[in-house]
Design a protein around this ligand. Structure first.
Ligand SMILES: Cc1cc2nc3c(=O)[nH]c(=O)nc-3n(C[C@H](O)[C@H](O)[C@H](O)COP(=O)(O)O)c2cc1C
Length: 264
């Protein structure tokens, strides 16, 4: 038997490290496409969930194609962007909120006093999803995002065609602590949003996520959602991001336009 030497041990260890790192990097590279596709599928699934269209047995992409109309809106004016203006990044299929927000061309800095969601930047345009039934607008699904404690939380809020009643709420990406802020994924809490009125009678944003429980006897209860216990910071983040996106710097101009056009 040849004698063990320090040099040999180090050489074998380095060799094993090298082989492993090559294997791990190749796996990461080769799985990148699959990960992207799964991420996209997860996003579509979430859109169907908040829109009340999800069924375990159905083909996600097919239901999405049949029931959802994706449009791009100019957040500042609330106008729908005509398809002739689409390009390789600015189109509903490839729209990536993070890339658009960071883009010098398609993103903008949010003035600090308006940045209640703590996101610093947002896209100038947004893809929104309309649920169409028998040719008429049934629900509208709006992407929302904002700061939690540990992460930026990305999700959707669905409004009924009265443009006020919440039909669904869900995050598809966040890094909050499981059991604390991670309870944003709790199905019971998500269900508690359904039926709440996002705006008051004058069209002002009225939805509010409380620190603590809603008093069902309060006249404001119809606008309020219970906070998550032990997770006041995440709760406040959710409250602010929803109020930001439904407000004047978010979807306010678009929703106002739909109301004026009699779509609500
Ligand atoms: C390891 C760790 C993880 C935490 N994660 C969260 C979180 O995800 N969301 C949150 O709001 N608070 C989180 N907290 C708790 C906050 O620091 C803070 O105590 C809490 O938001 C207060 O909520 P309460 O007023 O409902 O008790 C975490 C605390 C620790 C120590």
């Amino acid at each position: 038997m040849p004698k063990e030497t320090k040099t040999k041990t180090v050489a074998v260890a380095l060799g094993v490290c090298l082989v492993c790192s090559v294997l791990v990097s190749s796996a990461a590279v080769s799985l990148q496409g699959k990960q992207e596709r799964n991420k996209q599928l997860d996003r579509l699934t979430n859109i169907l969930v908040v829109g009340g269209l999800y069924s375990r047995k159905a083909d996600i992409a097919q239901v999405f194609q049949e029931k959802i109309r994706s449009i791009i809106i100019d957040l500042e004016t609330g106008s729908v962007l005509p398809e002739e203006k689409f390009d390789t990044a600015l189109n509903p299929d490839d729209f990536d909120i993070k890339k658009m927000a960071d883009s010098p061309r398609y993103g903008l800095s949010i003035p600090a006093p308006k940045d209640i969601a703590g996101i610093k930047r947002r896209p100038r345009y947004m893809t929104v999803y309309q649920v169409i039934r028998n040719g008429a607008l049934e629900k509208i699904i709006l992407p929302v995002y904002g700061k939690g404690v540990w992460s930026t939380m990305y999700g959707f809020i669905a409004l009924n065609n009265d443009l006020t009643t919440v039909e669904g709420f869900s995050f598809y990406e966040h890094g909050e602590t499981p059991g604390l802020g991670g309870e944003v994924d709790n199905p019971a809490w998500r269900r508690s949003w359904v039926g709440k009125k996002a705006f008051d009678d004058r069209g002002k944003v009225a939805i509010e996520v409380l620190k603590g429980a809603v008093d069902p006897l309060s006249p404001e209860a119809v606008h309020q959602i219970d906070g998550l216990s032990g997770a006041s910071l995440t709760t406040r983040g959710v409250d602010k991001l929803v109020r930001y996106w439904l407000g004047e710097h978010g979807y306010g101009p678009y929703l106002g336009k739909l109301r004026r056009e009699g779509k609500a």
